[in-house]
Design a protein around this ligand. Structure first.
Ligand code: B12
Ligand code: SF4
Length: 485
């Protein structure tokens, strides 16, 4: 850290895969770039790459404020630990929470003693205005998106409808995090970083937080700016792959076309991948993407049951899903199928339809998660009404409840099948995923990645999980065969 920052943005420990974090924390990176451009002194403490106690960093720098980035997951508990420790040691420090959790649960978060302010929704403008006021030792309760406390009462201001122009904003402050640690060896390139070039999503899936949040309308960097960011990463960090990690990369077809043409004409030699929607699948477009070095597309398949697809308001049916994966195969782009199990009211027969669908798809990667209700979504309301579901009452319990693959008791199982079956099924998908990935590495001659996977499997915990998954897979398969005979 060069000079004393006015605000220290904190990315609390959130997710590490095999010793290194895979996804850059674009929330704090964009915020830091923006604040810096407005003359606020800012630094980032990234707990995913730095094992130092964050309090030591605070003690050394004594910033006026800490800004914690918190989504709805176990990261809540990490953020709580930091906030409480910081507040008890440095009484005057202002603690601000931003990100999706305070956006969705403003009252719960402001109810926490150690938190002074929350900022909902898009953070740039509101955080700048709040910091500006704090630096001038005044209060500005009119800031849109702000939540605060006064004499024990909680106030939550309306959410701003006008959003910043991403094309006029500074680049993310990559220089403030340990970038080499984020460079990942993936099957489609050996030095991959993530990029985030759009916000919001035009779809309205019934389980997704995007529902009903007005600021979530889709907006993006233009093709020229995507290309500029990509080249900056290539020149500064020597990468040869980019994973566009955002809700809906290809909503604007012209943007993607222009970007592809830039990649083709510049001969940038960077492979890339992105998320997409089944209904965006278009053979001509994928061919252009392939010519521009796109190697891999991840689709939200979600379910193999048309009833469930309707229930979750996913604008696709099973026939369209099958066709999209065939198109990828024809074009020669690798594909991933992302799907969930354990939807409210889902039956064993419907789960079987999902198994049949995803296992029959020519997808290279399968990623399954177990459904969890997020407040603010229609499916959450459905669970509250039909399953008597309510959000855990404390922040700690929320962090625990929204843990990935965590399902210790039946309390959060919204489906009509047993929790045991869901967990077994998920493990069995993991086994299939591991096998598919191993085959892919062999086919691609990616020996670096093969060695890396072998090393990973040597760890007792990982080995146990994989063996258990394989057994689960075999036992579920033989049980299904018996049932079907
Ligand atoms: C990259 C990513 C991850 C990464 C990194 C997360 C991170 N710290 O950035 C990792 C892999 C860690 C991750 C994990 C999980 N993720 Co995730 N992830 C994403 C993804 C695809 C992109 C995030 C991103 O870069 N956005 C772009 C930036 C610019 O936006 P942003 O982060 O929201 O930041 C803006 C504002 O929120 C705000 N803000 C953010 N931080 C701060 C801090 C302060 C102080 C202030 C004032 C403002 C502020 O200002 C920013 C700029 O405007 C999103 C999809 C999405 N739409 O965002 C899902 C998403 C955030 N993830 C989601 C989920 C469910 C998870 C998991 C719970 C999944 C799981 N079951 O394990 C885990 C939880 C991990 C944990 N330990 O708690 C959901 C969140 C739902 C929710 N209610 O929170 C999303 C929205 C996906 C979805 N469509 O459902 N995720
Ligand atoms: S397409 Fe993805 S990000 Fe968009 S609403 Fe559906 S689940 Fe959410």
């Amino acid at each position: 850290m060069s000079e004393k920052p006015d605000i220290l943005l904190i990315n609390p420990f959130s997710w590490i895969r095999d010793g290194s974090p895979a996804y850059l924390p674009y929330g704090v990176l964009y915020l830091a770039g923006y604040l810096r451009g407005k003359g606020i002194k800012v630094d980032i403490f990234d707990a995913n790459t730095d094992p130092t106690d964050p309090l030591e960093v605070v003690a050394r720098n004594r910033p006026l404020a800490l800004g914690l980035s918190v989504l709805t997951g176990p990261v809540i508990n990490e953020a709580l630990k930091i906030s409480r420790a910081a507040k008890s040691r440095f009484k005057d420090i202002k603690i601000i929470w931003g990100g999706l959790h305070p956006t969705l649960f403003p009252k719960y978060v402001l109810g926490e003693d150690s938190v002074d302010f929350i900022i909902q929704a898009e953070g740039e403008n509101a955080l700048f205005r709040l910091m500006d006021a704090l630096l001038k030792s005044r209060e500005d309760p009119s800031v849109r998106n702000l939540g605060y406390k006064d004499k024990g009462n909680i106030f939550i201001n309306p959410v701003e409808d006008s959003l910043i122009d991403l094309n006029l904003s500074p680049m993310p402050a990559w220089d403030l995090v340990d970038m080499p640690k984020y460079i990942a060896n993936r099957f489609f390139a050996s030095r991959v970083l993530t990029m985030n070039t759009s916000r919001g999503c035009p779809f309205k899936c019934a389980f997704c937080f995007n529902q009903g949040l007005p600021y979530q309308r889709w907006r993006s960097l233009n093709a020229g700016n995507i290309f500029k960011q990509l080249m900056r990463l290539k020149d500064n960090y020597g990468i040869n792959g980019i994973q566009f990690y955002e809700d809906s990369f290809d909503t604007d077809k012209n943007r993607v076309k222009e970007f592809c043409n830039l990649m083709i004409s510049s001969e940038a030699k960077v492979n890339w991948s992105h998320f997409s929607n089944i209904i965006y699948c278009d053979e001509a477009m994928l061919r252009l993407e392939k010519a521009a070095n796109c190697k891999y597309v991840e689709y939200g398949v979600e379910s193999g049951s048309d009833r469930i697809l309707q229930l979750i308001n996913k604008r696709q049916d099973v026939a369209q899903i099958k066709e999209a994966f065939q198109v990828c195969k024809r074009v020669g782009i690798k594909s991933a199928a992302l799907f969930m199990i354990g939807y409210p009211s889902e039956t064993k027969e419907e789960l079987k339809e999902t198994i049949d669908l995803v296992e029959g798809l020519p997808a290279h990667i399968l990623i399954s998660t177990i459904y969890r209700p997020y407040p603010g979504t229609p499916l959450y309301d459905y669970c509250a009404k039909n399953k008597n579901f309510f959000v855990p009452a404390t922040l700690e319990a929320q962090g625990e409840f929204y843990r990935f693959s965590h399902m210790k008791d039946g309390a959060c199982n919204m489906s009509f099948v047993s929790t045991e079956y869901l967990l077994k099924l998920q493990r069995s998908f993991y086994a299939k995923f591991a096998i598919k990935e191993a085959i892919l590495c062999l086919k691609e001659f990616n020996f670096g990645l093969i060695i890396y996977y072998l090393k990973r499997q040597m760890k007792p915990k990982a080995l146990c999980y994989t063996i258990k998954s394989l057994f689960n897979r075999l036992s579920l398969r033989s049980r299904d065969r018996v049932v079907n005979e």
